[in-house]
Design a protein around this ligand. Structure first.
Ligand code: COI
Length: 353
């Protein structure tokens, strides 16, 4: 079944590139496709961006059966449109689907649909330094039925938003509050799936941290409350005595595509990268010995977000004098350089849209 395209008859006024922020504006079109049990996925279409109509009993509202992805498109100086490792997002989407009992999608068809959507809305891709087109694919359970059971109907939707920096700090260091009461997820739960509930679960602690003057929360594991998991909605890295350490994928942590790419880059540059269980206390110990050199979060939205300060049970730890570290900056410059098509792409990560 071929993809149908219905073009918008009127176009929105585009926002100024310097005022984008993150996730505030949406392009003129969206992609949508339906699923019904016995029929599979059907009716793929690009349509004008518009509200979706759902029955109030749709399962997504009640039981959170939904998953999402996040990736970006970039415009190069010579006018090409590049996507960063899009197949990885749709493969992860299927792992999230599997965990949430959502039917899987054909990753190749999903990438093709995305390319078609981008084609239609290509004049929305920002070109200024640090800006890009953020792409949000997601699946929602739409069956109007209140029994707790997997939905028999779904929608797969892709929306797109021209964005600037995720944090107002940009690539400047953020202050992080180490959360000791609330947890984001536990092994065996849905922590490694990209599903709404993980983000809803984090809001309370994030709000409390904000009130205390911190940008984000560092999550500890739900069992021992001492092993580092994620920071905000990002994976996290530490440079200790020249070696890079990051929490191993334990089942409760998101398998970040930026995380994977950073590990790849670092090893390519000859760094030793250890994926392991990292205790929060270790960082304070390493800092006392003068060995904690840098800390940073990684994610699609913010790319690299250096950490300038941690607060764990009121003990403040300043990292690299609260400044962006040399390695954090080099990783940011390299990754965004590859993504914008300005640096060589040694791993074949970029895909032309
Ligand atoms: C990220 O890109 O780092 C994310 O986790 C997406 C965020 C906006 C939820």
């Amino acid at each position: 079944e071929g993809l149908q395209i219905e073009r918008a008859t009127t176009k929105k006024v585009k926002p100024e590139e310097s005022k984008l922020g993150f996730g505030n504006y949406y392009t003129d079109h969206m992609f949508i496709m339906n699923y019904e049990e016995g029929k599979g996925w059907f009716n793929p279409r690009v349509i004008p961006y518009q509200p979706i109509v759902l029955d109030p009993a749709a399962k997504v509202f009640h039981y959170g059966q939904t998953i999402f992805e996040g990736l970006k498109a970039y415009r190069t100086k010579d006018g090409r449109v590049l996507l960063f490792r899009p197949e990885k997002n749709f493969l992860r989407m299927n792992r999230s689907n599997e965990r949430l009992s959502v039917p899987e999608l054909d990753p190749n068809k999903a990438v093709e649909a995305l390319k078609q959507l981008i084609q239609v809305d290509q004049d929305w891709i920002p070109s200024e330094e640090g800006n890009s087109l953020y792409i949000r694919p997601y699946v929602i359970a739409t069956q109007a039925q209140l029994g707790v059971a997997p939905s028999t109907e779904y929608m797969f939707i892709i929306i797109m938003s021209p964005v600037g920096a995720y944090y107002p700090e940009g690539v400047n260091p953020v202050k992080i509050y180490v959360e000791s009461d609330y947890v984001r997820s536990v092994k065996g739960g849905v922590g490694e799936a990209k599903t709404a509930g993980n983000y809803a679960a984090g809001l309370k602690a994030q709000e409390l941290a904000k009130d205390k003057g911190y940008t984000q929360v560092l999550w500890l594991d739900g069992v021992h409350r001492k092993y580092i998991e994620e920071v905000g909605s990002m994976n996290v890295f530490f440079k200790i005595g020249g070696v890079i350490h990051t929490p191993a994928l334990s089942g409760s942590i998101l398998d970040g595509i930026t995380r994977n790419s950073i590990i790849h880059l670092l090893r390519h540059w000859g760094y030793e990268v250890e994926e392991r269980a990292i205790e929060i206390g270790e960082l304070y110990e390493a800092s006392k010995q003068g060995k904690l050199e840098e800390a940073f979060g990684t994610g699609t939205a913010a790319v690299i977000s250096p950490i300038g300060e941690l607060n764990w049970q009121d003990e403040v730890l300043v990292i690299n004098n609260g400044k962006t570290g040399e390695l954090s900056q080099k990783l940011y410059d390299t990754l965004t350089g590859i993504q914008k098509g300005e640096l060589e792409d040694p791993f074949g990560w970029m895909v032309q849209a």
